[in-house]
Design a protein around this ligand. Structure first.
Ligand SMILES: Cc1cc2nc3c(=O)[nH]c(=O)nc-3n(C[C@H](O)[C@H](O)[C@H](O)COP(=O)(O)OP(=O)(O)OC[C@H]3O[C@@H](n4cnc5c(N)ncnc54)[C@H](O)[C@@H]3O)c2cc1C
Length: 413
């Protein structure tokens, strides 16, 4: 039996392990941590085929610069004289165009829809809180309405249903919780899950099928023979492999450095916290556009999340920004009481952000048996199963479920 080593046990690594195990491979997942609380666990849980416009888009740079001046704002780039950050910023700037948005839409739509189908299949046998209630993009200002109307038009043109709702129609979708908005775009095709349950269910399923997990095993490098990786080096040991998949999230650039790939990727830090036993209850997951914060019902609880700090792999908590998130909720849901959470209970995670807003999925150029799967930014949970399926198709040599040319890892080399 051929043996695959997967670097990284986040949602991308686990989904990849799932489809490769299904395809009959022996699989080992290496992770530098104990799998319990990484970026794939505490996120907002939204499954978002609605997100077809990449983060690199016209107007984003100007908006980002304005936000950077406010300590409670939802976006921040820590200024650093760092060559990787400067390269990333330049590439982000170059891709913030209408042409890039048009180029990205079909690829993001196809992988999102593929991934949603995979989740629907998984949800038939696994219980991880799968709900298809759509997504509300709430807005309070005319400027936000303008921006969202444009995105809704793009979505409808590309086959993703989007409906503009007025305040009354929004309230009708939320019979219990009062919503203070001018209106919203409703994406009925979106869904949500409880991410921790997705991760724990997948890990249990994979273990029951014989997938090996090596936690606290940081991958330090690879043994090579010509253009093939023959073993993974971790914890002072060598583990022979036939194929390697790198799904190291925000740390992936370090992992691929020794494989002749200079990967532009930055960690985009975000925070979340849980409001326990909520009453009144929010029914439909929502993004509060002006605040760039999110609210997702998870059982009786409501998860609040937000901010994007481009800050390398630093995981410290900036309470000013957490305050920015918590203060914004009551502006949209006045009946929900939100106290500033204590620093210790604030969850933080690093989104692996590529500069063009598209993931990296595919073989890396210099090696025949290394596949990269990362860079999913704000959408890694959504795109996990679709990515896992595509990686398994690449490795088994099956025909691909979609064209992955836009995701090729070597596009910036
Ligand atoms: C606040 C917030 C809200 C979000 N909301 C959503 C949402 O609603 N919907 C959505 O789709 N996405 C959301 N995301 C994004 C999503 O969480 C990420 O895109 C996703 O978790 C990335 O998964 P990953 O597997 O690529 O990386 P990770 O989950 O970070 O996993 C990578 C793993 O690789 C391991 N690793 C790295 N280097 C090594 C090494 N050298 N050796 C061994 N192991 C290594 C790490 O320890 C880690 O466990 C959100 C993110 C944040 C921060």
């Amino acid at each position: 039996m051929q043996h695959i080593g997967i670097v990284g046990g986040g949602i991308i690594g686990l989904s990849t392990a799932y489809y490769l195990r299904e395809a009959g491979y022996a699989v080992t997942v290496f992770d530098q941590t104990v799998l319990a609380d990484g970026c794939s666990y505490g996120n907002a849980g939204m499954i978002v085929p609605s997100h077809i416009v990449p983060l690199a888009q016209p107007g984003m740079i100007a908006k980002g610069l304005r936000w950077m001046l406010q300590p409670t704002s939802p976006f921040y780039v820590k200024p650093r004289l760092n060559a990787d950050l400067i390269r990333w910023g330049w590439l982000f700037y170059k891709h913030s165009t209408n042409e890039h948005v048009q180029y990205s839409i079909p690829a993001l739509r196809d992988i999102s829809l593929l991934s949603k189908t995979m989740y629907q299949q998984l949800a038939q046998t696994m219980d991880f809180g799968w709900h298809e209630r759509g997504l509300l993009m709430l807005y309070q200002t005319a400027a936000a309405e303008h921006e969202l109307q444009h995105e809704a038009d793009l979505a409808n043109q590309s086959g993703i249903e989007a409906r503009m709702l007025d305040q009354k129609q929004v309230q009708a979708l939320e019979p219990d919780a009062e919503v203070t908005v001018h209106g919203a775009v409703y994406y009925p095709g979106d869904a949500h899950v409880t991410p921790r349950r997705v991760m724990e269910t997948l890990i249990a399923d994979l273990k029951s099928k014989g997938v090996q997990f090596l936690e606290n095993h940081r991958v330090e490098g690879f043994a090579m023979n010509g253009s093939r990786v023959t073993a993974i080096r971790a914890g002072g040991e060598q583990y022979p492999v036939d194929e390697v998949v790198i799904a190291g999230g925000a740390w992936s650039p370090e992992v691929v450095k020794s494989l002749q790939l200079n990967l532009p990727l930055q960690g985009g830090k975000g925070y979340s916290f849980l409001l326990k036993d909520q009453s009144p209850q929010v029914r439909v997951p929502a993004i509060m556009l002006e605040a760039r914060a999110t609210a997702t019902p998870m059982g009786q609880d409501l998860r609040i999340a937000g901010t994007m700090e481009i800050n390398g792999t630093d995981l410290s908590v900036n309470m000013k920004r957490v305050q920015g998130i918590s203060q914004s909720i009551q502006r949209y849901y006045p009946g929900i009481r939100v106290d500033l959470p204590a620093r210790e209970v604030v969850w933080k995670g690093l989104r692996p952000c590529s500069p063009d807003g598209l993931p990296y999925i595919g073989r890396i150029p210099a090696y025949q048996n290394v596949t990269l799967a990362t860079g999913h930014g704000m959408m890694g949970l959504s795109l996990g199963p679709g990515t896992g399926k595509l990686v398994s198709e690449i490795i088994t040599g099956q025909s691909l479920s979609m064209d992955v040319a836009a995701f090729r890892p070597s596009r910036f080399q």
